[in-house]
Design a protein around this ligand. Structure first.
Ligand code: C5P
Length: 283
């Protein structure tokens, strides 16, 4: 195959607690990641050599800093293949949002490279080196992610088909290392050692228990830096969300709705108030 088009879905974190800090400064997590329908589109085409990236968003770097570039290079190096790729990146996932946009793009590039340049290279071991969230996007669905995010356990979440998700994203994005740094200053002492049985909670078909237990340890430092996050959360709840929380290291907030109509109206009314908003389903 010479050319391939694929989508790269975003994620939300339905639960995120920091359980420890590694010697290299990375944070150990207990997080449940959920793939959602909001997606970037990638078109990849074989070229004789080099990695060329074009993107619909001007602020996205097109050089080695781009996770798509890292993924393509990691694959060609590991598979020992002489060849190149042209990548067209059509962005829909907001950046600086905590929705894993760059990591999902990188996972999509790994999958596409394997189709364009078949080899027996293990994509998971490459994914881990590109970023903590990249392995999740190879797996997708609903996963309990531990370690720094790379130790995956797919979990059952039967209620996800009955829920609708609305994203509200403040104009300002947040930097993941900055939010983890601020967590260390503000909340390190409150780190927990005992955690809920998350696979049981998600499998239980008890949505009120799930909503009550939703928690993101990074929300406190993120709201401290960007109070608009709290306003977005409030707006989602006022529109009838059953629960609302920041995703990942922010700045996007999601609301979960059991009514599709309410969710669609919420996305519309939040957009009317000048805030980026998306209606999504859980995959
Ligand atoms: O792995 P990734 O490049 O997505 O992480 C970006 C930064 O976020 C890391 O350099 C680190 O500062 C912080 N981070 C962390 N603990 C994690 C994941 C990320 O401290 N589990």
């Amino acid at each position: 195959m010479e050319k391939i088009t694929l989508s790269a879905n975003a994620k939300i974190n339905l639960y995120l607690r920091v359980s420890g800090i590694r010697e290299d400064g990375y944070h150990l997590l207990k997080t449940v990641m959920q793939e959602i329908s909001l997606a970037d589109t990638l078109e990849l085409e074989k070229i004789p050599f080099g990695i060329a990236i074009v993107c619909t968003k001007p602020q996205i770097p097109l050089n080695e800093k781009n996770l798509c570039h890292k993924a393509a290079k990691a694959y060609l190096d590991a598979a020992g293949i002489e060849g190149g790729v042209k990548i067209k990146l059509i962005k829909a996932i907001p950046d600086g949002a905590g929705m894993g946009g760059g990591s999902s793009d990188a996972a999509a590039v790994l999958k596409a490279m394997k189709v364009l340049y078949p080899s027996d290279t293990d994509l998971f071991s490459l994914a881990e080196k590109i970023g903590a969230d990249v392995p999740f996007f190879l797996e997708g669905g609903t996963c309990l992610c531990e370690g720094i995010g790379e130790v995956l356990t797919p979990i059952s979440f039967p209620d996800k088909k009955t829920l609708f998700c609305v994203i509200a994203k403040p104009k300002e994005g947040l930097s993941t290392p900055k939010i983890f740094g601020l967590f260390d200053e503000m909340a390190k002492n409150e780190m927990q050692e005992n955690f809920l049985d998350l696979p049981a909670l998600f499998a239980s078909k008890n949505l009120s228990a799930l909503f009550e237990n939703m928690k993101n340890d990074l929300e406190l430092p993120a709201v401290f830096l960007l109070p608009k996050i709290a306003e977005c959360k409030e707006a989602l709840l006022l529109c009838g969300a059953d629960a609302a929380m920041m995703t990942g290291s922010g700045s996007a907030v999601f609301g979960l709705f059991s009514s599709e109509e309410k969710a669609r109206k919420a996305a519309f009314s939040i957009r009317e108030n000048g805030i980026e908003s998306h209606f999504c389903t859980l995959l």
